[in-house]
Design a protein around this ligand. Structure first.
Ligand SMILES: [Zn+2]
Length: 406
């Protein structure tokens, strides 16, 4: 998700997965016997990541042949078809950075000749068609792979609804990572009221990435309560597969630091930092022309180290989250502790962008522990401006909207 475009595009002929000549937008739509939730899965929003598409095709085949007892509907869509057909991450620009609210307002009339603008309009129109007439709740699973090897993991925006859904996936779940990436489809659908998750299945061309994605889709159907685990052997096998793939890694992690870079920095990761590697305080993890050695300031885990191509994110640091923290935070949010947060010194309420709750925090007055309180209450996304910073909270933390606004 966070990684940059590859230096060279992959040759589909060298793929271990079967190469497809044409991708249809709708990979499948399977309706259970009873009405219920809509689970929407998108594979290949990055065109060099077809594993999610192959996994969706597998799951639809099994659903058609076994006809399990199911509530609700599963829909599988292809993301960036034009890029998928040539096996490249994107043609003109990253389709998964194109869902910023400012761009969405003008999308219908945009005439920039970009392949991704056409893709985005088609994909959005298909999503609208699929949700029309559905009562929800609505779930969205975004299927990705990465250039680096590593254990599968999930990313969610920190809402209580997303966390509950994530419990069905026995992989490391990272809170607050996708909030660092602006313009993701997941962000757009989350803000519209869907329960959302991004899933990273492993390396782009590994066959295990297809089975990990298929496992994630089965778990999504369980998490959305479309399928009962006791009635679906595939869902039980999926839990076992993902649990084994976790390799003893922590179940919940929170992003605490993003190392932003520019091309001029000459940033270079030191070798050997795979995803989730534990770091010691003051360990030098990378070098650049400004600081020389870049240190991890505290005991943490390495997330998405940048080893190839270009990007704005050098790496992220995450801390393990204790289950007691999750429980405390859930109760604080249910009891609406946030209503009193502006009484803390240096904190004042302001109007956030796009209907989100936001706080203006005076760094000269506010104490360090405030960041912890903000995270407990679901306020993230810090933007620092000199002597103050802003935090915002996602909409629909505990409850979805009466209607989806896409
Ligand atoms: Zn991706």
């Amino acid at each position: 998700m966070g990684e940059p475009p590859p230096a060279t595009s992959l040759n589909p002929a060298s793929s271990t997965a079967p190469a497809l000549q044409h991708y249809s937008r709708v990979l499948g739509r399977y309706e259970g016997q009873q009405p219920g939730p809509l689970v929407l899965c998108v594979g290949g929003i990055h065109g060099n990541e077809p594993a999610g598409i192959h996994a969706l095709q597998q799951v639809f085949e099994i659903l058609q042949s076994t006809q399990p007892k199911m509530r609700g509907t599963l829909v599988g869509l292809s993301g960036n078809i034009r890029a998928l057909e040539v096996g490249t991450r994107f043609i003109d620009h990253d389709l998964n950075r194109a869902w910023k609210p400012s761009r969405m307002e003008t999308l219908e009339s945009l005439n920039d000749g970009c392949a991704e603008t056409l893709e985005q309009r088609e994909l959005l129109a298909t999503i609208r068609t699929m949700v029309r007439g559905q009562r929800g709740p609505f779930y969205f699973l975004d299927l990705h792979t990465s250039s680096a090897e590593g254990e599968p993991f999930a990313c969610i925006g920190d809402t209580i609804r997303n966390r509950k859904f994530a419990q069905s996936f026995p992989v490391p779940v990272i809170l607050g990572l996708e909030e660092q990436l602006e313009g993701a489809l997941l962000e757009h659908l989350n803000n519209a009221g869907m329960i959302t998750m991004g899933f990273e299945a492993g390396q782009h061309r590994a066959t295990s990435s297809v089975s990990n994605h298929a496992a994630a889709i089965w778990r999504a159907l369980v998490g959305a309560r479309c399928l009962r685990e006791s009635e679906c052997p595939q869902a039980r096998d999926a839990a076992k597969l993902l649990e084994t793939s976790r390799n003893g890694l922590p179940r919940w992690l929170g992003v605490r630091y993003r190392h932003a870079i520019t091309e001029a920095d000459g940033f270079q990761m030191r070798p050997g930092y795979r995803n989730f590697r534990p770091l010691q305080p003051h360990e030098i993890v990378a070098d650049d022309q400004i600081a020389g050695g870049i240190r991890a300031n505290y005991k943490s885990r390495m997330i998405l180290p940048l080893y190839q191509g270009k990007g704005d994110d050098g790496f992220f640091l995450a801390l393990e989250i204790h289950p007691a923290w999750l429980a405390t935070s859930r109760w604080m949010r249910r009891l609406r502790f946030d209503r009193a947060i502006h009484l803390l010194p240096g904190v004042r309420r302001i109007r956030g962008g796009h209907g989100q709750e936001a706080l203006h925090v005076d760094r000269r007055i506010a104490r360090w522990f405030l960041v912890e309180i903000f995270h407990l209450l679901g306020f993230r996304k810090r933007r620092i401006h000199g002597d103050h910073f802003l935090v915002e909270r996602r909409k629909f933390d505990l409850k979805g909207p009466p209607h989806l606004e896409l």
